[in-house]
Design a protein around this ligand. Structure first.
Ligand code: AMP
Length: 423
């Protein structure tokens, strides 16, 4: 096992065939061309299959979805069809859809029926689906409560509960809904809780919901995968647009996901970029679910090659081959940085994350670096250099600018061209 593969979460810890999975699931994994389990899969699958509760610290992009979906499919492969047996709660519609897709991919040779319910679309078709009966239900909390209150679904037969991205459910204010749903579930059940970070509230939720859990920790500290390169470009706020245009024209930015802080900024930036020769779209919470799904499909298929998004819309987004993530705005919450850049370099691919930082974003950059436990390399592009004031603000407090330049910590960089130290 190489150090790199260990770090990027896709290590050859064992074979899928050694994890106790049935042939129907192994065949589906073979079809999906998964060769070896990721560390979270190697650890989580045997625990989940054993029926024990589990608390898993794992970030997105580590393959955690298969870590809970495969054991669920196996457990209910011979279950009588009808009531919901397994419930997966997840914070966003996009994640819910992706989990539903995973269930279909991994479950193609087993008779377990699954469906997904989330807000922003009509209740009717979801209610019909629920009434027809499913064994595996993936849901966002608010929409599931709607269905529960209308009597569209019964949760009295749930044997397995998965709380996915629990920290994000907390951030998005869903914990009260989650607790209401918990009250509708049988006391005796298996519970699997996944969270990238463990704030106090999540630890409390874990104490309240898990019984003698097995704990696995696949990088509690938010560490970007090893195949990901990330850099911070120092630039004045008013030059960010020009810098982005320049990089889109002269850099190697192919399939690009750009993050902005607000919906308005996402919309404005995507309109501006539409005037270039790139195929651009925007994804944010003001778009209808139908449009969001369409945009995502276009980005996945390559019809759109530059997607401008806000954090909420892009949460958990799983698109193969994103070559670059661009943080047009530095995220205010350091955890969002890790989630954002985790959209590239997924599943062993390489990727690059570029963050544009202006002088008023220095505190946000420091918060990110303190979460990561290290400094993110800084660069400047010739012609877009910020003022000396900005450069000084980004210099390490203890080091003078001269010392940083002399040590090569701040460099000039021309895409495709040679590098030189700043004068
Ligand atoms: P997740 O963290 O569950 O969102 O998964 C991230 C990505 O990794 C998805 O695109 C999966 O299809 C992919 N993936 C999951 N497990 C494996 C595996 N064992 N080998 C290769 N790719 C995988």
């Amino acid at each position: 096992m190489t150090t790199e593969s260990k770090q990027n979460g896709l290590a050859d810890c064992s074979e899928f065939s050694e994890l106790g999975l049935i042939p129907e699931l192994l065949r589906a994994l073979e079809d999906a061309q998964y060769e070896t389990p990721t560390p979270v899969q190697a650890q989580a699958i045997p625990i989940a299959l054993s029926g024990k509760d589990m608390l898993a610290c794992a970030q997105t992009g580590t393959g955690k979805t298969a870590g809970f979906i495969l054991p669920i499919l196996q457990r209910f492969v011979h279950a009588e069809s009808g009531p919901v047996r397994a419930l997966v709660l997840t914070p966003t519609r996009e994640l819910a859809v992706q989990i539903g897709e995973s269930a279909r991919t991994y479950g193609k040779y087993v008779p377990v029926r699954s469906t997904v319910v989330y807000g922003g679309v009509g209740l009717g078709p979801q209610a019909d689906q629920l009434r027809r009966g499913v064994e595996l239900l993936t849901a966002t909390p608010g929409r599931l409560l709607d269905h529960l209150n209308r009597g569209n679904v019964r949760l009295a037969d749930v044997e397995v509960l998965v709380l996915d991205e629990a920290d994000r459910m907390l951030d998005m204010g869903f914990l009260p809904d989650v607790r209401r749903i918990l009250a509708a579930l049988p006391q005796v059940r298996q519970t699997l809780l996944f969270s990238a970070t463990m704030p106090q509230e999540i630890e409390r939720l874990a104490q309240d919901t898990l019984r003698e859990p097995e704990v696995i920790d696949v990088g509690r500290r938010a560490t970007p995968v090893a195949t990901l390169r990330h850099v911070i470009y120092l630039v004045e706020a008013e030059r960010k647009n020009d810098l982005l245009h320049y990089l889109l024209q002269h850099g190697s930015l192919k399939h690009v996901l750009i993050f902005t802080r607000t919906k308005v900024r996402a919309e404005r930036l995507s309109k501006r970029l539409s005037q270039t020769n790139r195929r651009v779209a925007a994804l944010h919470g003001d778009k209808t679910q139908r449009v969001r799904t369409q945009v995502l499909n276009n980005f996945k298929s390559g019809k759109v090659d530059v997607l401008v998004a806000t954090d909420v819309a892009a949460r958990g987004l799983d698109v193969e081959g994103i070559s670059h993530v661009v943080n047009f705005d530095v995220p205010n919450r350091p955890e969002d940085y890790v989630h954002r850049i985790g959209r590239t370099a997924r599943a062993m691919a390489t990727g690059e994350a570029l963050t544009f930082a202006s002088s008023d974003e220095v505190e946000a950059v420091r918060a990110i670096e303190s979460l990561l436990g290290k400094e993110v390399p800084r660069k400047m592009i010739k012609g877009f250099e910020p003022t000396h004031f900005t450069i000084r603000r980004f210099a390490k407090p203890e080091a003078s600018r001269g010392a940083r330049i002399a040590s090569g910590a701040i460099r000039h960089f021309s895409p495709g061209g040679r590098r030189r130290k700043s004068a």
